[in-house]
Ligand binder design. Structure first.
Ligand code: ADP
Length: 139
């Protein structure tokens, strides 16, 4: 799909490790347009909404603390087949299993501290863009 948008989060470990520039460069080099971008903090309540599919898992407190422990960068990317391509650019969730050449596969071995979030479907992208950028107008 042309002009498809997705929601990306550069998680707190990306900022702690000073990898924001290198990760953004990958998306820019792939010609994705940054349609919105903001430095922000995730609150525990936001974590419960954003990761509602994991909220009753025993490891949820660790995920919540990780996502809330420092600033993150939220952005909306726009381009062709953005949802699927950005997920492929991230690699699988577990950094140790992510293919070399993907962001996770090049920069982390961790399951949890995997640097980047990307919406996993167009429906999730629409919902997450609204959640992180309530003022965003889709043109
Ligand atoms: P993804 O971010 O690849 O879409 P999920 O939505 O399943 O993956 O999980 C959300 C985030 O929660 C992951 O990116 C990771 O940071 C963390 N996570 C998920 N499952 C685990 C796990 N089994 N152990 C540690 N962290 C996990």
């Amino acid at each position: 799909m042309e002009n498809e948008k997705t929601l990306i989060l550069l998680k707190p470990d990306a900022l702690e490790r000073a990898l924001v520039g290198r990760i953004l460069t990958r998306f820019e080099e792939r010609r994705y347009k940054i349609a919105a971008m903001q430095l922000m903090h995730m609150t525990p309540d936001m974590a419960k909404v954003h990761y509602s599919h994991l909220a009753d898992r025993d490891f949820f407190p660790e995920i919540r603390d990780y996502m809330c422990r420092g600033p993150l960068v939220a952005l909306v990317l726009e381009g062709r087949d953005t949802v699927a391509v950005c997920r492929a650019m991230l690699g699988v969730t577990d950094g140790a299993k992510a293919a070399p050449g993907t962001i996770r596969g090049d920069f982390t071995q961790s399951f949890r501290e995997n640097l980047v979030h990307a919406s996993d479907s167009p429906e999730a992208a629409a919902r997450e863009i609204k959640f992180f950028f309530p003022e965003f107008v889709d043109k």
